[in-house]
Design a protein around this ligand. Structure first.
Ligand code: ME8
Length: 648
């Protein structure tokens, strides 16, 4: 009889090169799940990869005067490097430029075209190139992309459409029948109420304006829309529609598509509808996880809050190690919700759990066995006092971990394991081995206490294997255990009397919070200096008129103004600039009241990239003069001028 199978996927990543700790979240969770299922004896296929087609890559390559491949290949290598640093053990890394994927995408389009589910029509919409997404006019915010706040362009083109509308009733039915299909529950309400119940429009699935894509076999002027090309990776990676589709037959339907919440809509509506059209069973579950936030906003390079000195995974792994970064990601963020990322929280978590609790337990235990028994494991002896409670907690941990992992809840699983670690540390305080060691009559008891502690170290190490990839092997080896020991060896008492024990150096050195935070600040300064194109010397040097000309300055009239909630410094102004109205946030609340601001004519920089400050969109900067004490005074035109007038 065939054993249990587990097919798990991450989204495929854009080859941006700007990866931050938030990006690692999805894939590290999947890796822990994949490891857990492998250790549970299941046959696992863990898929990740890159989403390489589309306008963004096409434009970037063109800008650099190189081919898209020459642009992407080093980025893909860098992404793989990131996964290597984080010990992400995928079974396939698919690239949407892989030949087998491209061939399969073409076959699928052909099939859908022939069945009538893909048909030709015309498309008009506002396209945001960085997000590779089309928006309708009503979806835009202030004329900009609602996701990233950047410029969109109106595009009209002949396009092939997918008959999404036809599948809305079947999708609704599926949601009703299978409450596990989309998790967590909150996302179901969002999809069903906001989209499905309102009915679905047919969906544009080809582009004539994008050359860097999979050409449609029945009309080569068109390329496949990147999102469709990307979603199909989940079946093309298994050889669907190819000569050898054995993996597909073995592993499909997927057990889990793990995705960030912003891409749930693609995965839980468009993807299942396409599968229905192809007559393929639907994946068992889609899970839309939350985000890592900074200052309450999604950590994101495009929003420029992903300061590399704080959030660059390569740097974090270099400074603190693979296990620390994996542990933080798997333990800190309540599963399904968003979680605020700060360096301080990262350091506190690593110190408290890894350095203090786990690190101390294993180094004290191994050191005492070396000190009192010459590194030879004593006998277990008769159970006494808290021994039974410790042993049963250790033995019972696996079922808690399993329950948590079946619910995809890594933080809860880790909480159960660290509950045992904490109990063992308390056991040391209760049994006071250093006092037992002073009394020769208590030697047997001392041996039993140390045996029990060693056994907890072994069991904790095995349980931690899906989550941490370095420390468990070190711990197991120091107690002369096979580092490949798995869940089958979790019964308490597995360690053999007489086994050699070597003293473990601190596996997680305690981090000096103050020093680390100061170092991060120093790096932050260094990075921001590096980011400046000119040196301090150059800054004093005169600039050319062409440099000044890059800054667009205009007169605006403040037509409304309010304080920004929870900020002492910020005012939110609505500013009329000629026929346009913009939302602007400025740090002048200490110097002007909202009432004073209304009606004022101000000077603004109008061609800065929009940003969000405390969650409020700012599409310009109001200029002020600053005196020696940091007091601000608004600049205004000396005579009456219309708003929208240029400042030069
Ligand atoms: O969306 N917190 O790729 P991607 C948590 N190519 N997760 C985050 C995050 C944050 N701050 N920022 C990003 C794509 N992520 C498409 C997918 S699949 C057919 C196509 C996560 O490179 C994000 O939610 O933008 C997603 O799961 C992953 O990083 C890759 O995002």
């Amino acid at each position: 009889m065939e054993g249990k199978k587990y097919y798990i996927t991450t989204p495929i990543y854009y080859p941006s090169g700007n990866w931050h700790i938030g990006h690692c979240y999805t894939t590290v969770i999947c890796d822990a799940l994949a490891r857990f299922h492998k250790m549970s004896g299941e046959e696992v296929f863990f898929l990740t990869g890159t989403d390489e087609h589309g306008q963004k890559v096409e434009k970037e390559a063109l800008k650099r005067g190189i081919t898209p491949h020459a642009f992407i290949d080093p980025l893909v290598a860098r992404l793989k490097d990131m996964w290597r640093l984080l010990d992400v053990g995928y079974d396939r890394f698919i690239r949407t430029t892989d030949e087998d994927h491209v061939r399969c995408v073409q076959k699928i389009y052909q099939k859908l075209y022939e069945s009538g589910d893909v048909y030709k029509s015309e498309y008009e919409g506002y396209y945001c190139t960085p997000c590779e997404s089309f928006w309708t006019e009503s979806q835009l915010v202030g004329g900009k992309c609602p996701d990233c706040g950047r410029e969109v362009t109106l595009q009209r083109e002949e396009s092939y459409f997918f008959r999404l509308s036809k599948y809305a009733p079947a999708l609704l039915e599926h949601y009703k029948k299978d409450p596990e299909f989309l998790q967590p529950k909150s996302r179901v309400n969002e999809m069903v109420n906001n989209f499905l119940k309102a009915g679905l429009n047919d969906f544009s699935v080809s582009r004539t304006t994008v050359k860097w894509g999979v050409p449609l076999p029945f009309d080569e002027k068109h390329t496949a829309y990147v999102w469709i090309d990307a979603l199909l990776n989940y079946i093309t990676a298994l050889g669907y529609g190819s000569e050898d589709d054995s993996l597909f037959r073995k592993f499909w339907p997927a057990d889990l598509h793990m995705v960030g919440k912003e891409i749930v809509r693609f995965h839980s509506i468009i993807w299942p509808a396409m599968l229905m059209a192809l007559g393929i069973p639907l994946p068992k579950q889609i899970y839309g996880h939350g985000w890592l936030l900074i200052g309450g906003e999604k950590l994101s390079k495009s929003k420029e809050n992903a300061r590399p000195e704080l959030t660059d995974p390569y740097e974090l792994v270099k400074r603190y190690g693979t296990d620390a970064v994996r542990y933080y990601l798997l333990r800190e963020i309540p599963f399904g919700s968003d979680g605020e990322y700060t360096t301080e929280r990262f350091l506190l978590r690593v110190n408290a759990d890894l350095a203090n609790d786990l690190g101390n337990l294993v180094s004290r235990t191994s050191a005492m066995i070396v000190q009192y028994f010459g590194g030879v494991l004593p006998a277990r002896g008769e159970a006494e006092g808290p021994d039974g409670e410790l042993a049963s907690l250790a033995e019972g941990a696996f079922s808690k971990v399993k329950r948590a992992m079946d619910g995809l809840n890594a933080p809860e699983a880790l909480e159960a394991i660290f509950g045992v670690v904490a109990r063992a540390n308390k056991y040391i305080d209760e049994t006071t081995p250093w006092l037992l060691a002073k009394d020769p009559a208590k030697r047997e008891r001392l041996g039993a206490v140390l045996y029990n502690l060693a056994e907890v170290c072994r069991i904790a190490a095995i349980l931690l294997k899906p989550f941490l990839t370095k420390a468990p092997a070190l711990i197991l080896r120091s107690f002369s255990c096979d580092e490949n020991e798995g869940f089958e060896s979790l019964a308490f008492g597995g360690l053999k009397e007489g086994a050699k024990v070597v003293k473990l150096p601190p596996i997680f050195p305690r981090l000096d919070l103050k020093k680390e935070l100061a170092e991060t600040e120093r790096l932050a300064k260094e990075t921001s200096n590096e980011a400046k194109p000119a040196s301090a010397e150059d800054e004093k040097a005169p600039i050319g008129i062409e440099d000044f000309g890059k800054v667009e300055l205009k007169i605006g009239e403040v037509i409304a103004c309010e304080r920004v909630a929870k900020s002492e410094k910020l005012l939110h102004e609505t500013v009329k600039i000629g026929s346009e109205t913009r939302s602007v946030v400025s740090g002048i609340a200490k110097f002007y009241t909202p009432e004073e601001m209304v009606g004022k004519k101000v000077v603004l920089v109008t061609n800065l990239k929009p940003v969000k400050l405390c969650g409020v969109l700012s599409e310009g900067m109001i200029l002020c003069a600053e005196d020696g004490e940091g007091n601000l005074s608004l600049l205004s035109p000396e005579r009456a001028v219309e708003s929208g007038a240029k400042v030069r």
